[in-house]
Structure formats: C-alpha cells, structure tokens
Design a protein around this ligand. Structure first.
Ligand code: 3HC
Length: 302
C-alpha cells in the first residue's frame, strides 16, 4: 500500500467495521455497476442494485447472469454458488430503497451533475449515519461529491477495474474531508471482505492508474487517426512486444469509448496537458454511438 494522502477530518468519526457491512447498495447496473454487484454478492453480501429504469435493470441482470455463467464455466464458482449469488441480489428503480444500506457504491456514467444529484439523494435516504458512501468515479473530484452531502467524512472513492470480477485492484481515494476511519474501513472491506488489493490514492484526477493509462490510450488513438498503423498492428505491437493482455485500442473498446473520452476530458480539465486532450476521432466515434464492446462497434466490431 502507498502512503495515505493527507486528511483533515477527525479520526473519531464512527463507521461500521468492515466485516459488519452486510447490506450493500449499488447505483447503476452498466458494466461496472453489474461487476461491483457481482463482486459484493460473491463475497456473501446482500446487494441491492438501483437503476433509473426497468430496461436498465433488465440489461444489468443479464450482464450479471452472463458473467456468473462465465465464472462457472471457468471453474471459479459452482453452479450452486452461482444460484446463491444471484439470490443475494435484488433490484429497484428508487434510490429510497437504500434506506437500510451500510455501504453504497455509485457506478453511473462520468457525468458530474448526475453524480452530485445521486449523492445529495443518498445523503437524504440512507438512514445509518455511519454508512459509507463511495463513488467508482475514474476522474471526477471526490471532494465535490462529498460536499453534496452533509456527511463528507463518510464519502470516498472506491475505483474498481473492468472486468471487476477478474481484476484485483481497487484504488481507495480519500478526499481532504474523508475521515481516517472511513478510509480504513473501506480499505478493509476491499481487502478482507472482497479479497481484492487496495492502494490508497489522493483526490487528483485519474488517481494512479488512469493518470498513466489514459495518455497511453489517447496516444494509440492518435497513431491510428494519423494513419500510421492499423488497429491490429497497434494492438499486436503491445500484446506481442510488451506482453500486455490486450492492445490499447481493444482495451479502449472494453472500457467504453465514451468513458475513455470522459476521463480524458476530466484529466485535461485538471492538468491542461496536451497528452490528455480528446482526439477528434474519439469525439466523433462517441458522437456516432460507436462506443466499443457495449454498442457492438468501436475500433473493432463485436
Ligand atoms: N469471475 C471470475 N473470474 C473470471 C470470470 C468471472 N466472471 N470470467 C473470467 N474469469 C477469469 C478466468 O477464469 C481467467 O482466470 P485464470 O487466468 O485464473 O484462468 C481470467 O479471468 C481471464 O479470463 P479469460 O481467460 O476468460 O479471458 P482472457 O484471458 O481473454 O482475459 C481479460 C480477458 C481479463 C479482459 C484480459 O484481457 C485483461 O485483463 N485485459 C486487460 C483489462 C484491463 O486492463 N482493464 C482495466 C481497464 S481500466 C479501468 O477499468 C479503469 C476505468 O476507470 C477506465
């Protein structure tokens, strides 16, 4: 684990111990929301997913079922384990259903007004004053989400990686207002309950991973846009030459091109570095609904 970032919140803010967190809420059931719900339910937690529409919930349930089917095929869980996991997950369209949650993980698209609205509502509906409210944001300032609530010391970032059931890392992101016990309990939940690895990161756009990853993906898109090499050549260069599990364009498709563009914009806004500027081709692909795997078309067809 890296050194903890500075925090000014009092150390005595009460929060539940990690193992005592049994009821988890997940806001959003896109790729990341469904993945987070799966990870928590597989760790034996009661998970309630809230999405704004029934159609969204149906798609999310499908994602969860496919991923668990995959886990059974790969021998990671038994058929009974799959059934038990699915039985631990319930679905709703109203954030008010979160009244009894002890931990809420927000995983909606990187649109700040939407996230602010959600945190404001969570603050009103989650009854346990000690509950932890976490965002899976990749690049937005956690402190702004914290200030949308009256309990900023209980708000932090828990940033998972796609595919969440497979990748072991979680960035635990403390804002200047996050309480020390919130940070410690959240990190313990990540490591001891979910069995993942945690690193602590400060509240700076991109944290550790995306601050390094996004300039690389943007550079690959610029190379492709300039016609220097085709998508397969660029991706083969990095899988075969550097032993990455997938090349940058295939990875951008996996993450979602809208998400890559949103993170790059947030990084650009924070640092004003040309390496973060969204390439015109990426903007046009997003405008055109070519979002990668989730839409069926991106740098590749799916
Ligand atoms: N549950 C548990 N394990 C599962 C699983 C599931 N639902 N589905 C697959 N697995 C396991 C498999 O059993 C296998 O484990 P093993 O090596 O122990 O046998 C492992 O996951 C790999 O699965 P597959 O063999 O099915 O697939 P691949 O070998 O083709 O790997 C991949 C697919 C995991 C996506 C791999 O290509 C990869 O790691 N790519 C890089 C992904 C990456 O970099 N993600 C980070 C994106 S950045 C991000 O998310 C941050 C955001 O803010 C942008």
């Amino acid at each position: 684990m890296t050194t903890a970032p500075p925090t000014t919140a009092p150390a005595s803010v009460p929060v539940p111990a990690a193992q005592a967190i049994q009821r988890v809420g997940v806001v959003g059931c896109g790729v990341m929301g469904a993945g987070l719900a799966e990870v928590c339910a597989r760790a034996g937690r009661d998970v309630l997913i809230v999405s704004s529409s029934e159609a969204g919930l149906t798609r999310g349930r499908g994602r969860l079922e496919r991923s668990l089917g995959n886990a059974v095929r790969k021998g990671k869980i038994s058929e009974a384990g799959r059934e038990e996991t699915l039985a631990r997950v319930t679905y709703a369209t109203d954030l008010g259903s979160f009244h009894d949650r002890q931990l809420v993980l927000e995983a909606v698209p990187e649109h700040e007004p939407t996230k602010l609205d959600i945190f404001q509502t969570l603050d009103k509906v989650v009854e346990d004053p000690d509950a932890i409210l976490a965002s899976n944001t990749s690049a937005l300032p956690v402190i702004r989400l914290a200030r949308a609530t009256r309990r900023p010391e209980h708000v932090l970032g828990l940033h998972f990686f796609n595919p969440a059931p497979v990748l072991p890392l979680v960035e635990v992101v403390s804002s200047l207002l996050t309480g020390e016990r919130t940070r410690r309990t959240a990190a313990e939940f990540v490591t001891e309950v979910l069995g993942k690895q945690a690193i602590h990161a400060g509240d700076r756009s991109g944290f550790v991973v995306n601050a390094l990853l996004i300039p690389y993906l943007v550079a690959a898109i610029r190379m492709y846009e300039a016609g220097y090499a085709d998508a397969r050549t660029i991706d083969n260069a990095m899988t075969l030459g550097c032993s990455h599990p997938m090349g940058p364009l295939a990875l951008a498709d996996l993450i979602g091109l809208d998400t890559v563009a949103a993170i790059a914009s947030a990084l650009y806004e924070e640092f004003k570095e040309p390496t973060h500027a969204v390439p015109p081709m990426l903007s046009r692909m997003v405008d055109g609904g070519l979002l990668g795997r989730k839409s069926g078309e991106g740098f590749y067809s799916y």
